[in-house]
Design a protein around this ligand. Structure first.
Ligand code: ADP
Ligand code: MG
Length: 239
């Protein structure tokens, strides 16, 4: 496990340019960001600001044109695809705006998927799935398929799946954008609670002012640039 004060996720000098017929789009320009264990970092900014691009790079789903990313002590920007998928499986959990659940699988089977991929043994899988569903308040819905669940419940399944393998980093791209505001609030409470109680470092892109207010750090993007970085832990910003 990470020592206190260590950094779970760090990006330095991240830049990403997309080339299109209409010209180059500088989706990320020289962005620095870090998250410590148990810290909630909110990435905000208008549509097109570069939030998804930044999260994809931090989550190893995309590579920057310049800059480096570390997950714990590992510089992931130096790894090949095989080593990267190992890091994703072991250290990263993802939550998506549209939940990303497999419709023909039950809630429990969806949550179990990362453990199957990691070849966790069946008895441990069962115990971990039950625990993850309990943590998100869905112990009584294990057998239901996504289509039989509300949007908020589906996103809770998505969160259970993201944390079932006990990642050190959680990446969530607008996880409440498809939920009504009351449901969104309960899902955000759940994310904040999991981050703080389980020591997960979370990077969450959101427009939501409530989640933003509860962040340990806020990174605000505009046209791919860091507009402002506010942190309660100002000492962190020296490095
Ligand atoms: N694969 C891509 N190809 C071309 N342009 C892209 C691609 N992905 C993102 N962009 C552009 O990069 C900018 C940032 O996009 P994005 O990261 O999705 O912003 P946000 O998530 O903040 O809405 C936008 O101008 C978008 O159109
Ligand atoms: Mg986006």
């Amino acid at each position: 496990m990470s020592a206190a004060g260590s950094v779970a996720l760090r990006g330095e000098g991240l830049s990403r340019t997309f080339r299109s017929a209409a010209g180059d789009v500088h989706a990320c320009v020289d962005i620095d960001l870090q998250a410590r264990p148990g810290e909630l970092v909110v990435v905000t900014g208008p549509s097109g600001a570069g939030k998804t691009t930044l999260l994809n790079i931090l989550g190893t789903l995309d590579r920057p044109d310049a800059g480096r990313v570390w997950v714990g002590e590992t510089e992931v920007t130096a790894l090949d695809e095989e080593a990267l998928s190992e890091v994703r499986r072991r250290d990263l959990g993802f939550v998506f705006q549209s939940f990303g659940l497999i419709p023909v699988l039950s809630a429990a089977e969806n949550v179990e998927l990362p453990l199957r991929i990691a070849r966790t043994d069946p008895a441990e899988r069962e115990a971990r799935v039950a625990e993850a569903l309990r943590l998100v308040g869905l112990a009584d819905h294990a057998a239901q398929r996504p289509g039989e669940l509300s949007g908020g419940q589906q996103q809770r399944v998505g969160i259970a799946r993201a944390i079932v393998a006990e990642p050190r980093v959680l990446i969530a791209d607008e996880p409440t954008a498809q939920l009504d505001s009351r449901t969104a609030a309960t899902v955000m409470d759940l994310i904040v609670d999991l981050v703080h109680t389980r020591g997960i470092a979370a990077v969450v892109a959101t427009h939501d002012p409530i989640l933003r207010a509860r962040a340990d750090r806020v990174t605000e993007l505009h046209d791919g640039r860091l507009l402002a970085a506010e942190g309660r832990l100002r000492r962190d910003r020296r490095r």
